[in-house]
Design a binder for this molecule. Structure first.
Ligand code: BTN
Length: 250
């Protein structure tokens, strides 16, 4: 396991992108403190203190971008859920890759690809986990958020948690790369819900209407499950099935 730890970085993803050439495949960059962490849709990822997790997996799976690389964020969300379950928690995944506890976000995942001359140089897969946050700091976040320690009622050892997460990630990484989303589909579906809480009756019966913010428009329809490639299937009012591969459920 190759984890490089820093006291302070602007962002572990930024550092990984800027130093990609010098970082070996499967290196993990971790920081105690981020001054400029960011998430999807160019949102700020607020630093909640040094006992929380800010880290980035540096991955160089091949020279070409393959379809399954787009599912790495979903793979990591499943790995994190399994780890939280070992602690006795009941996490859910809000498509595509937010991990929530009791409907509140506990982790964010962001993958960025670096290409040069049409070739894939690497993927930086960043993850932020609210591991040991205070309620005061969580209030700085403008959306419902929680932390592992608050859900458990006690602090969690950060180094042990990181080591377990990195070990579990790489344990099945090669198999995942060979097979893609299908490899985790059952594990993903089991935990995926539209609201990030347990599945509602409507949701179980497939009657749920979903609204998804894609680029700058809102698409709505009936949730029709996930395809074998991890995309969300939406049945529109006209009865057409649309495959949604990015966006945010609102
Ligand atoms: C999101 O939910 O929008 C994704 C958040 C990803 C945050 C992590 S923290 C470690 C890594 N460095 C960053 O600047 N972002 C990711």
């Amino acid at each position: 396991m190759n984890i490089i730890s820093f006291e302070k970085l602007d962002s572990t993803n930024t550092f990984a992108k800027q130093n990609l050439q010098n970082l070996a495949d499967r290196t993990v960059v971790s920081a105690d403190f981020q001054t400029n962490g960011y998430g999807r849709f160019e949102r700020l990822w607020i630093d909640l203190g040094t006992e929380n997790i800010y880290m980035t997996f540096v991955l160089k799976p091949s020279d070409c971008l393959e379809a399954e690389h787009a599912n790495l964020t979903q793979y990591l969300s499943v790995i994190l859920c399994q780890q939280l379950e070992k602690l006795g928690l009941e996490p859910h995944i809000k498509w595509p890759n937010d991990v929530l506890l009791g409907g509140k976000k506990v982790c964010g995942i962001l993958a960025e690809t670096v290409m040069k001359n049409g070739k894939l140089r690497g993927i930086v897969l960043g993850i932020g986990v609210n591991l040991n946050a205070s309620e005061n700091n969580l209030n700085l976040i403008d959306r419902p958020a929680t932390s592992v320690n608050l859900e458990l009622g006690h602090a969690v050892d950060k180094q042990v948690f990181i080591k377990m997460l990195v070990d579990s990630f790489f344990k099945n990484y090669d198999d995942f790369l060979k097979i893609g989303f299908k490899y985790i589909k059952a594990d993903y579906e089991k935990r995926a819900t539209l609201r990030g809480k347990g599945k509602s009756k409507k949701e179980k019966e497939g009657l749920n209407t979903v609204k998804i913010f894609v680029f700058n428009k809102i698409i709505s329809g009936k949730f029709n499950g996930f395809d074998d490639d991890g995309t969300l299937l939406l049945q529109t009012a006209e009865g057409k099935i649309e495959k949604i591969n990015m966006g945010e459920i609102i």
